[in-house]
Design a binder for this molecule. Structure first.
Ligand SMILES: [Zn+2]
Length: 124
């Protein structure tokens, strides 16, 4: 694998065949897969994940209505993030490219994550 200084970009964004995952083809050749369910629960917006010491909605409920898991679109935010649009109308969660890469559930990325976790620890 060669190092690239090019900006990482999503080339194609689509739903998986079973309609349950978001698939993104990236400019470096990787394709990430993230289940919509998990994507929704990782929503980084203030309403969902809280801010400034307030707990977000996701910390106070154990389930969301079905229309919160149906993806109706994905809006590009500048050249660094994507905002999934859910059927409920919720669209304030901005997922940066790095975050989307991190959320990938394929075995290859899971292994990468584990490796990063293992080496990312700083000794005490
Ligand atoms: Zn949210």
């Amino acid at each position: 694998m060669k190092e690239s200084t090019e900006t990482l970009e999503p080339l194609e964004i689509r739903l998986s065949e079973d309609g349950e995952s978001l698939e993104i083809d990236w400019s470096d050749g990787h394709t990430t897969h993230t289940r919509l369910y998990n994507l929704r629960w990782q929503c980084p917006c203030a309403e969902c994940s809280g801010e400034m010491g307030y707990r977000g909605r996701l910390a106070t409920v154990s389930e969301l209505p079905p229309d919160e898991y149906v993806l109706t679109g994905v809006a590009p935010i500048g050249r660094y993030a994507l905002a999934p649009v859910w059927q409920s109308g919720h669209d304030s969660g901005l997922y940066t490219y790095n975050q989307l890469r991190y959320l990938c559930e394929c075995p290859e990325h899971a292994a990468e994550r584990d490796a990063m976790g293992a080496t990312g620890r700083t000794g005490a």
